[in-house]
Design a binder for this molecule. Structure first.
Ligand code: CAA
Length: 283
């Protein structure tokens, strides 16, 4: 059965972006969060993004309204009763995700696919709490979702080829490029990106160069759009530390040990852009 109706769980930065690209591609979207204020914030971000598209001539006002009209509000997981796909983008915490998936498994129709946007938690472990592990899959979008072309599509141990193909096809409908990845810590994106960021933090910690110099080397020398320390601030230093811990625990190799300076910044509450200070200060 073709996917038509999608529930996105979590109206934060990732969830609102996912809801936007799904609605732009013509899907009916239910955007779910636990609180009205989180939902309001999410739909506010989507409206702002669409208004910028209108200003830049990429969409008409009517197209913007049509996209917004395809997104409905939900504050209750029971609204997943008639969806074909759920994409969960809630907090990165295994207990929270497992409890959501357990509940969804009892609510969503039998044919529905349950996807998670987790950046590094094992898909197989999330799938294991459901009665349909063959229909559980990872859809890892990149931030900012409306701009970035990649979706890592992660097969859990039990994910069927049929489910994989359906999600691959849907990703193409979203005008993104799907990349097939198996379920190992950090998948591919964060297994490569985070050790690079962690190494940049070690270089700063050891006094090899200033933060500006480290960022310039990677920006101007390797054509990265952001230097690794700027990117770490953009992702959130708490998230960076969390992913490094997952790589370290899951792969058991000391090469993934988080840099002590990263730990210190997180302990200080210097979490990057979202807290106003990370490696750089944000007004
Ligand atoms: N939402 C929607 N659109 C956005 C946006 C956002 N949050 N941020 C920027 N854009 C759009 C802008 O509107 C602009 O589009 P137009 O020029 O057509 O209007 C375009 O993106 C470029 O933006 P800017 O000119 O403001 O700035 P920029 O050229 O520096 O681009 C960037 C911004 C796209 C974020 C770019 O710096 C970039 O690609 N940075 C790297 C991002 C990255 O690596 N993301 C992956 C993070 S890791 C991750 O997500 C996985 C994980 O699990 C941790």
């Amino acid at each position: 059965m073709a996917i038509q109706k999608v529930m996105v769980i979590g109206a934060g930065q990732m969830g609102s972006g996912i809801a936007q690209v799904c609605a732009q591609a013509g899907y009916d979207v239910i955007l779910n969060d636990i609180k009205q204020e989180f939902w309001d914030r999410g739909i506010g971000v989507i409206t702002k993004n669409l208004s910028r598209d209108v200003e830049k001539g990429r969409k008409t006002e009517a197209e913007k309204e049509a996209v917004l009209n395809r997104i409905s509000k939900s504050l209750d997981l029971r609204d997943a009763v008639d969806v074909d796909l759920v994409i969960e983008a809630a907090t990165e915490n295994m207990d929270i995700k497992q409890s959501i998936f357990k509940e969804l498994d009892a609510i969503a129709p039998q044919h529905a696919i349950l996807a998670t946007n987790t950046s590094s938690l094992p898909i197989t472990e999330i799938a294991a709490v459901t009665e349909r592990p063959e229909q559980v899959i990872g859809m890892h979008f990149m931030n900012p979702v409306p701009v970035m072309k990649l979706v890592e599509v992660i097969r859990g141990l039990a994910t069927t080829d049929e489910v994989y193909k359906e999600i691959e096809q849907m990703t193409i409908q979203l005008e993104k490029t799907p990349v097939e990845v198996n379920d190992f810590p950090g998948f591919i994106s964060n297994r490569i990106l985070l050790p690079m960021i962690n190494e940049a933090i070690y270089a700063l910690y050891e006094g090899v160069a200033t933060k500006e110099a480290i960022d310039d080397v990677m920006k101007l020398g390797m054509n990265h759009p952001m230097g690794p320390l700027t990117l770490a601030d953009f992702i959130g230093l708490d998230t960076c530390l969390y992913i490094m811990e997952i790589l370290h625990d899951g792969l058991g190799d000391s090469k993934y040990r988080p840099c002590p300076l990263l730990r210190k910044y997180v302990a200080a509450g210097w979490l990057g852009r979202k807290s106003g200070r990370g490696f750089y200060v944000y007004e």
